[in-house]
Write a protein that binds this ligand. Structure first.
Ligand code: TA6
Length: 286
């Protein structure tokens, strides 16, 4: 079942309930902000202080970073991570599949507002498959007559039982740019989070496992050349108005991306797909 709903302030979202799972997707940003498979804990973290107001990014779930990741290198006054996550997308298709899962497609094209920030014609299609796992696939199409360069990310906030228990497997041996020290290093062993972490790993992220206690979340990335790992830790959590002081303890961002040095150039008419499949393994709650 799929319902179109709004918060009390009129902020629109869709709610999906099927035999396998439930999910919520805001039309602003085509932003998946809740997903829970039956008999499993919620996969995505959502700030208890997140905005749900037009033009303000939701803190949590899966923000889509496009057409740049991080600050815009030519004009830092433009919104961090681009405009896609605060633009109003169109609900294009909803499909109830024979296996009981649900597929939703949302679309965004250039607008007067986007052209004022980034003078290119494009079409984004986000396909969300709500099943016993969550699949999120973003197709980017260059509809312009000139090539353009993009940075993209599924800026996914995963809910974890305790950040200090987290071990992230699958990044061993990858080099990473540490945005805090501005240095490039090589990952030795699993990634553990004991302080603020903000790193762009040069890896496809095809098989990442986030473990925390009995929890294990498997992430299979496609179409990406980088994976960003971020946790703001205490000081930044306290400074962020849309995050509780202790919010950092129950989240970690594992972002399937083409960020920084992995930006891509799309020729006119060219498309690129970037996506991830998320599955919580070995954790059953009755
Ligand atoms: O993905 C890591 C990062 O670029 C961090 O540097 C931090 O800024 C985070 O994204 C959150 O960005 P936001 O604009 O959503 O507050």
């Amino acid at each position: 079942m799929i319902e179109e709903k709004t918060f009390n302030n009129g902020f629109p979202y869709i709610e999906i309930n099927n035999a396998m799972a439930e999910a919520k997707i805001a039309l602003q940003g085509a932003h998946v902000f809740a997903y829970k498979a039956r008999n499993r804990p919620a996969l995505l973290w959502l700030s208890t202080k997140s905005h749900f107001t037009q033009g303000k990014a939701i803190r949590g779930g899966i923000p889509l970073c496009f057409p740049w990741f991080g600050k815009n290198t030519e004009d830092e006054t433009l919104p961090q991570h681009g405009f896609a996550r605060t633009a109003l997308w169109e609900l294009a298709e909803v499909e109830a599949l024979d296996d009981g899962s649900t597929c939703v497609r949302l679309r965004l094209c250039e607008s007067r507002e986007s052209l004022a920030q980034w003078n290119y014609r494009f079409e984004l299609t986000l396909e969300v498959h709500v099943a016993e796992s969550l699949s999120v696939q973003l197709q980017i199409k260059n509809r312009d007559t000139k090539a353009f360069e993009i940075g993209t990310a599924l800026h996914t906030y995963l809910r974890v039982s305790d950040i200090e228990d987290v071990k992230i497997e699958g990044l061993e041996g990858s080099s990473y740019y540490d945005a805090l020290t501005k240095r490039t290093q090589v990952q030795e062993g699993n990634v553990k989070i004991k302080e603020e972490v903000d790193r762009v790993y040069q890896t496809k992220g095809e098989n990442i496992i986030v473990r925390a206690g009995v929890q294990s979340i498997n992430i299979k990335s496609e179409g990406s050349s980088s994976v960003v790992i971020w946790n703001p830790w205490k000081e930044k959590s306290v400074s962020m108005q849309d995050m509780s002081d202790t919010g950092y303890k129950s989240m970690v961002c594992v972002e399937t991306s083409n960020a920084l040095a992995d930006r891509q150039t799309l020729a006119p008419g060219e498309t690129h797909n970037i996506g991830a499949l998320y599955r919580e393994e070995g954790f059953n709650t009755n």
